[in-house]
Design a protein around this ligand. Structure first.
Ligand SMILES: Nc1ncnc2c1ncn2[C@@H]1O[C@H](COP(=O)(O)OP(=O)(O)O)[C@@H](O)[C@H]1O
Ligand SMILES: [Mg+2]
Length: 297
């Protein structure tokens, strides 16, 4: 058993003079979901394709299940790939797609059973072109599972999907994780990483700008909790008179809190002054705030 199925050290990839991946390092432990999180052009797909053996690196070390993907073709029996923008022969059905892949990998599987694991069994005989975006991605996921892989590379599996389909795919990924598969998930959806990933590397312009569990990243970069109070001009004046600093956004006055008790005190004082306010909430910075901060720095 490989306890560290993916190891990347000082990986560099250039396209001509352009450095797309600039010395990144990370490891994925067995049974973990690791998310490479970054905006378009960050170098996520390049990294993933190097790990899949589809691209050559310029420098650094890469190990997938103890093998060098650039050299070992054996690797294809043990990894599953869902490429970015997955597509298939337009007039082939999911059932045919699975039969085709089974031949390719020399596996015997019941297509319907596999389609069940991605909740696509009722679309087994519908041409690819007639599937919804979410259903296409589910087929891609099913195909990535044909060889019962230990490591899965999922490149933006939920890009462009509606919220319901995204949730659906998240559930499937959670199930795959329970089966102890290791998963590299690229995404630019922060909530996806926050929900699914054990570890997250925030990537920007070819570099990893920070790495850790979602909790660690939030603790490391989190600013103050914010109190949002909805109100009018009088509320603004009252806050000014109280010497409280605030920002004004979308009709909300936004105040930084030192602790949550402070929120009660502020609201009490405003209430005592007879100032009306419509609504309030406290918002804690999430991975999305952190991501924006870290990639801007
Ligand atoms: N085959 C290629 N030739 C030249 N430049 C490329 C090639 N593939 C990707 N790039 C460039 O490398 C950078 C990283 O791309 P990519 O790895 O696809 O990022 P991401 O997946 O994070 O959006 C981008 O600026 C992209 O334009
Ligand atoms: Mg990409």
């Amino acid at each position: 058993m490989n306890e560290q199925p993916v190891i990347v050290k000082n990986l560099v990839k250039k396209y001509g003079d352009y450095v797309a991946v600039n010395g990144i390092s990370f490891e994925i432990k067995k049974g973990q979901v690791f998310s490479l999180l970054g905006p378009n052009g960050a170098g996520k797909t390049t990294t993933v394709e190097i790990l899949e053996g589809l691209r050559k690196r310029d420098a650094g070390q890469v190990e997938v299940l103890g093998m060098d993907p650039e050299v070992s073709k054996e690797i294809y029996n043990k990894i599953g790939i869902l490429p970015q923008d997955f597509t298939f022969v337009q007039n082939s059905t999911p059932k045919e797609a699975i039969e085709f892949y089974c031949k390719l990998f020399g596996r015997k599987l019941d297509p319907l059973e596999l389609l069940k694991t991605v909740e696509l069994e009722d679309r087994a005989n519908v041409p690819f072109s007639k599937l919804s975006g979410g259903q296409k991605q589910k087929l891609g996921l099913a195909l990535s599972l044909i060889n019962d892989p230990e490591v899965l590379f999922l490149d933006e599996p939920t890009a462009g999907l509606d919220p319901k389909s995204r949730r659906n795919i998240w559930q499937i990924i959670e199930n795959l994780k329970k089966e102890d598969r290791s998963i590299l998930l690229t995404s630019h959806y922060l909530e996806e990483a926050e929900l699914l990933a054990d570890n997250v590397a925030i990537m920007n312009r070819g570099k990893i700008v920070d790495i850790g569990s979602p909790k660690e990243l939030i603790l490391r970069h989190r600013g103050k909790d914010l109190l949002y109070i909805k109100g009018g001009k009088f509320l603004g004046e009252a806050l000014e008179n109280l010497g409280i600093q605030f920002k004004n956004e979308d009709g909300y006055f936004i105040l930084g809190l030192n602790d949550s008790k402070e929120a009660i005190e502020i609201l009490k004082r405003i209430d005592e002054m007879g100032i009306p306010f419509d609504d309030f909430m406290i918002r804690r910075e999430n991975l999305e705030d952190i991501f924006l901060k870290v990639t801007e720095e």
